[in-house]
Design a protein around this ligand. Structure first.
Ligand code: FAD
Length: 291
């Protein structure tokens, strides 16, 4: 099923993100975790693509397995920054063969080697180049792109970021998924600005439940997200106890999700990080809201 059919059906729903294993040995535990998440019957699941593309086959293996065994619509992420045009063409072919209908087209994170390497040799500089190639391949994918309510860390300003976002949408994105954020007002302001800029495709807010004090620094560094005082206080107070922090982090994420639904959002994507217990708890917290 194409994601646009889900996003436009007007029903409130949750989706979950999982990530592939880094090695063969980790495959079975990731498979088990993703199966448990699939049994929650989310509106869809997405599988990330390892930075640098090293785990690309696992992304597809997990997506294909969950789709076939659990009938959950899947989104496979695909990055391009370290790839050749030939590799990307192969990945697109493999996705088609696996029956994947939805792809999140990304530039990819810059690893230190990429960051310091010779950029003149890159076949792809931005996600928009990948979106063009997916479209040109003739494959009938529903393509999505990433967006940043608090601007992408490499962007000079929000107008520039939104200008390039519009280019991605015009190139063929049918939906956008946001970077994590911890203050919903940032999302509402962003939505207002992109709608004003003529971007009309569905935007799926991405919510990261922070359930471990050690996650905080890494998450902030990766996303550049603003940490509201309300959340800081919670980490200060409960960060010492893994159990208390988990409960508080799930409650905070639940609160964000309820507010998003109350303000007209219909699908929220949870960065569930291969943690079925966290996905299940959030889903049960809003079971009557989801109906
Ligand atoms: P782009 O859209 O190319 O944007 C990157 C920067 O370039 C921005 O500052 C943008 O304003 C600017 N820009 C865009 N187009 C142009 C242009 N034509 N000319 C000049 N500047 C331009 N990373 C992974 O490795 N694997 C994943 O699975 C993965 N999943 C993600 C899922 C989501 C929802 C999000 C939000 C991020 C994900 N990432 C993933 C991280 C992502 O790859 C990084 O954030 C990366 O730095 C940017 O990717 P992008 O697709 O947004 O890039």
């Amino acid at each position: 099923m194409k994601l646009t059919d889900i996003l436009n059906n007007g029903k409130l729903s949750l989706s979950f993100e999982v990530f592939p294993p880094k090695t063969d040995t980790g495959f079975n535990s990731v498979k088990t975790a993703t199966e448990e998440i699939a049994r929650l019957n989310p509106s869809f699941m997405s599988v990330t693509y390892g930075a640098g593309g090293g785990t690309s086959q696992y992304t597809l293996d997990i997506a294909k397995h969950i789709k076939e065994q659990y009938n959950v619509p899947m989104v496979a992420h695909l990055t391009c920054v370290s790839s050749t045009r030939e590799t990307v063409a192969e990945r697109i072919e493999a996705m088609k063969k696996a029956g994947i209908q939805n792809v999140l087209a990304l530039r990819g994170d810059l690893t230190p080697e990429l960051e310091n390497g010779d950029r003149s040799k890159w076949a792809y500089r931005h996600a928009v180049d990948l979106i063009h190639d997916i479209k040109d391949s003739g494959a009938d994918f529903c393509i999505g792109g990433a967006c940043y309510p608090e601007i992408h860390p490499e962007s000079n300003n929000q107008n520039e970021d939104i200008k390039y976002l519009k280019e991605k949408v015009d190139a063929g994105c049918s939906f956008l998924t946001t970077q994590m954020f911890f203050d919903n007002n940032l999302l509402y302001n962003f939505l207002y600005k992109i709608r004003e800029a003529g971007i009309t495709v569905p935007v799926i807010p991405g919510i990261m439940p922070i359930t471990n004090a050690n996650q905080v620094e890494r998450a902030m560094k990766l996303s550049g997200s603003f940490m509201p005082q309300r959340f800081k206080s919670l980490v200060d107070k409960f960060g010492y106890s893994p159990e208390a922090m988990k409960q508080a982090g799930i409650a905070y994420a639940t609160d964000q999700i309820i507010d998003l639904f109350a303000n007209g959002i219909t699908n929220v994507h949870v960065y569930s990080m291969n943690k079925p217990d966290i996905a299940a708890k959030i889903q049960s917290n809003i079971s009557d809201i989801l109906g």
